[in-house]
Ligand binder design. Structure first.
Ligand code: GMT
Length: 377
């Protein structure tokens, strides 16, 4: 395959879509392709220097007449500039709004006909697609892209349902960098966090938004706590944090719930954990589940969105109905008190990542899409 020049636009700050876009860019660069990130700031996961990765920053004019800074126009203009100056072969944008629309506008401004790949990640459809002020723009972005992918079959189907887009949508699942997320010795981390050698660790990682239902995580832990010696690690931060702290205090479990805030060393934290909990009411995929599984951690998740495509009941974890903290606690207790069952699910989790979501296979799927687009052009 010939070496390509690929423009990537994503939200560069913390979040699953930005992580996937950045990790994909890094893997493409490692295969010798030239990658141009066109974003509001340098993607946070771009943590080392690559000779063939370039970062083009979008400058937004803050002229006082503007009540709202025109970020979308500035992004489209930057995309046009990069298409022309760098002679890009294609654009891959992550998250429909505004990125797909900006890509179409940028391509038009550049008077170019390069292919646009749009990857839908979740809330761009499941939350914004339900908003009538944005639905038409999302549909326009999807229908004007050359190839559209979604990170799960569930998200693909929801896009048809909510946005009614007349476009074939292909599922390309998320992946993790197995060089970072794998079973490893986390040293003295457990001890450093003040957790006893025999205590079990449950972990939840999210942006603490309403949709994540962190209160269900705390309620589940409350039901487990007392029956087994355990700690709950709450990793991340967001709008619901205040309410969650209050709930933990009300339940009197503050000694055993550790609020760790935003962390970079997630793979170390997973490597000291026994069980991962994600009880969201919407979750197109749940990248954090895959990260945990890659480190050998079984998962309990709600049977919503794309989670059933990842969690195989009784193989790598368990699925419960939304809000079923009793069921989640019962499954957690069973798993944490039966070492053989736990070991079996650890193997199931590791096999899931290797066999169904390996980064090499997912990269191959994206490269196949890019080749198809270039052949067509
Ligand atoms: O989880 C979030 O709210 C962040 C959001 C994002 O766009 O960064 O995550 C979405 O994209 C991830 C990567 O594809 C998925 O793994 C998450 O499941 C998805 N979040 C939701 O659907 C709520």
């Amino acid at each position: 395959m010939r070496k390509m020049k690929i423009g990537i636009t994503c939200y560069p700050t913390v979040g699953g879509s930005g992580i996937i876009a950045t990790e994909l860019g890094k893997m493409l660069a490692e295969q010798g392709h030239e990658v141009h990130f066109i974003t509001s700031s340098t993607p946070f996961r771009l943590n080392r220097m690559y000779a063939n990765i370039f970062s083009h920053q979008v400058d937004v004019n803050t002229y006082s007449v503007f009540q709202y800074p025109p970020y979308d126009i500035a992004l489209a203009t930057k995309i046009a500039e990069v298409i022309k100056n760098e002679k890009l072969d294609l654009l891959h944008v992550h998250y429909a709004i505004p990125h797909a629309v900006c890509a179409i506008l940028g391509r038009d401004m550049a008077k170019s006909d390069i292919g646009i790949v749009t990857t839908l990640h979740g809330t761009d459809i499941t939350v914004l697609g339900a908003d009538s002020s944005l639905r038409e723009a999302i549909r326009y972005g999807i229908e004007g892209s050359d190839v559209v992918t979604a990170v799960s079959n569930s998200l693909r189907d929801q896009t048809y349902e909510l946005v009614g887009a007349d476009k074939r949508i292909e599922t390309v699942y998320n992946f993790v960098d197995e060089r970072e997320y794998h079973v490893k010795d986390a040293g003295r981390l457990k001890q450093e966090l003040g957790i006893g050698e025999n205590e079990k660790i449950l972990i939840h990682v999210s942006n603490f938004r309403n949709v994540k239902r962190v209160e269900d995580i705390v309620e589940t832990f409350h039901k487990v706590h007392g029956k087994v010696d355990a700690k709950l690690l709450l990793v991340g931060d967001g709008p619901e944090m205040g309410r969650i702290v209050q709930l933990v205090n009300k339940l009197g479990i503050e000694e055993d719930v550790l609020f760790l805030g935003k962390r970079d060393n997630l793979s170390e934290l997973y490597n000291i954990s026994d069980l991962k909990l994600l009880m969201s009411e919407k979750e197109s995929f749940g990248l954090v589940l895959l990260e945990a599984m890659a480190c050998g951690v079984p998962c309990i998740g709600t049977a919503v969105g794309g989670m059933p495509e990842l969690i195989d009941n009784g193989v790598n974890g368990y699925l419960v109905e939304l809000g079923d903290t009793e069921g989640a606690a019962a499954q957690a207790l069973q798993l944490l008190t039966d070492p053989e069952e736990h070991a079996r699910l650890v193997q199931g989790a590791l096999a899931t990542v290797q066999q169904r979501f390996h980064s090499t296979a997912i990269l191959g799927e994206y490269l196949g899409i890019y080749s198809r687009l270039l052949e067509k052009g």
